[in-house]
Design a protein around this ligand. Structure first.
Ligand code: NAD
Ligand code: MG
Length: 395
């Protein structure tokens, strides 16, 4: 029986994880559920799943949950950063699903890595921010990190076992790999007229053609910043050089990414676009469990198509690739700027096309000194957020 903590339990990945656990109750039990402010959802999850602990990051939300939870529910309610750190590091925990959205996931995800837990990584932003520090922490503690992000999960599945066992430090060339082909659907605006992009609304941006996801990652998919963050995520997980990583637009999202080998072979992982597949893969690796996902029907799929990315349409993608080449300071700045600009867009304070402009200005203007500690990373993140907010206020 694997004892699990779900960070981001009230979100989209949280729901998919709970669904996979529901299909395999003999193998997994929920030790703790963690969320930010959504009391209604957490209350429902506590009643349905009866975790030992429900942790609300927001202290007022924790108080409200305590008032509303039936007496004798058996669920302990906690709040506070130190308490969250203790929770993920607890000897009662085997596996941590890291599915908080954004930089807010960094500290608890890193705490789980440092405590040597098996970490199922959905929160790509934490790896984008902490890069080498994350990988070093993983190596030091012996934590097994498994990629939940569907592309990275597909790449992981398409790589040999010797590489799978050496995530973060792998030698792709030594394993005969020539390229990693990171696929992306191109999002809802792949074929929209370029001059219509500035008028796109949050509702339009969040309407992804293939995947159902949280609002931040949905906007990131529309700008293709998501593919950019994934490019950086792949750089760290698979220890790639820029030459080894290519982005391929694949509108159907049936192939979830591919690995091209020296001899001309291309290995891919395919499936319906449903996050329960990569989640189930990570939960049970190296075994296979029932995810509840419909089998892929090739006759319904019909055609698979591929395009080169258009950087004029998707400037955020080229910003991310450039930032990745520059190094960890630039990727930390870009991630922070993007969280602020996307939040402003979702609040109707910014045009869709201004997201890339704010991100680019932050990359050009925020002064970056080298990052040697977690404190440095958090300071650069905070400084960038402040600068991005100032820029947005002037628009
Ligand atoms: P979501 O918006 O649906 O859920 C976010 C979760 O994070 C919620 O449970 C929320 O309570 C929690 N959260 C938000 N702010 C927090 C804070 N300050 N402190 C603690 N918890 C906080 O997001 P999602 O779509 O489930 O995505 C979660 C993560 O997984 C993101 O990093 C995303 O990039 C990644 N991911 C998601 C998908 C997907 O299909 N949804 C696919 C690949 C990767
Ligand atoms: Mg992805």
């Amino acid at each position: 029986m694997q004892k699990m903590v779900i960070l981001g339990a009230t979100g989209s990945i949280g729901a998919s994880t709970l669904s996979v656990i529901g299909n395999n109750p003999e193998a997994y039990c929920i030790y703790a559920l963690v969320a930010n402010t959504n009391v209604d959802k957490m209350l429902a999850l506590c009643i349905e799943h009866k975790p030992s602990i429900a942790h609300m990051v927001d202290a007022d939300a924790a108080m409200l949950l305590r008032q509303r939870l039936p007496v004798n529910s058996g669920v302990e309610i906690t709040t506070g950063a130190a308490e969250l750190d203790d929770l993920v590091s607890s000897a009662c925990v085997d596996t941590v699903m890291a599915a908080i959205v954004g930089a807010a996931g960094l500290l608890p995800t890193l705490a789980a890595v440092k405590a040597g837990k098996r970490v199922l990584l959905a929160n790509k932003e934490s790896l984008v921010m902490s890069g080498s520090l994350f990988i070093d922490a993983m190596k030091a503690s012996g934590s097994q990190v498994l990629p939940v992000d569907s592309e990275h999960n597909a790449i992981f599945q398409s790589l040999p076992e010797s590489i799978q066992k050496n995530i973060g430090y792998c030698d792709l060339e030594g394993a005969g790999v020539s390229h990693i082909l990171l696929t992306g659907s191109g999002g809802p605006f792949l074929t929209s007229p370029l001059d219509s992009l500035s008028t796109m609304t949050p509702a339009q941006a969040c309407k992804h053609p293939n995947w159902s996801m949280g609002r931040k990652i949905s906007v990131d998919s529309a700008t293709m910043m998501n593919k950019g963050l994934e490019y950086i995520e792949a750089r760290w997980l698979f220890n790639t050089t820029p030459d080894q990583l290519k982005v391929v637009i694949h509108p159907q999202s049936v192939i979830h990414s591919m690995v091209q080998y020296r001899d001309g072979s291309v290995l891919a992982q395919l499936g319906n676009p449903d996050m329960r597949t990569p989640i189930a893969h990570c939960m049970s690796y190296p075994e296979r469990i029932n995810s509840g996902v419909e089998p892929l029907d090739f006759f319904k799929v019909g055609q698979l198509s591929f395009l080169e990315p258009d950087f004029e349409r998707f400037p955020c993608l080229s910003l991310a690739i450039e930032a990745c080449k520059q190094g960890q300071e630039a990727t930390t700045v870009l991630n922070a700027a993007n969280e602020i600009s996307v939040a402003a867009f979702l609040e109707n304070k910014l045009k869709f096309t201004d997201i890339a402009k704010i991100n680019e200005t932050c990359l050009n203007k925020v002064s970056m000194s080298s990052l040697t500690s977690l404190d440095d990373i958090i300071a650069l993140d905070t400084q960038t957020r402040r600068f991005a907010l100032e820029l947005i206020a002037k628009i």
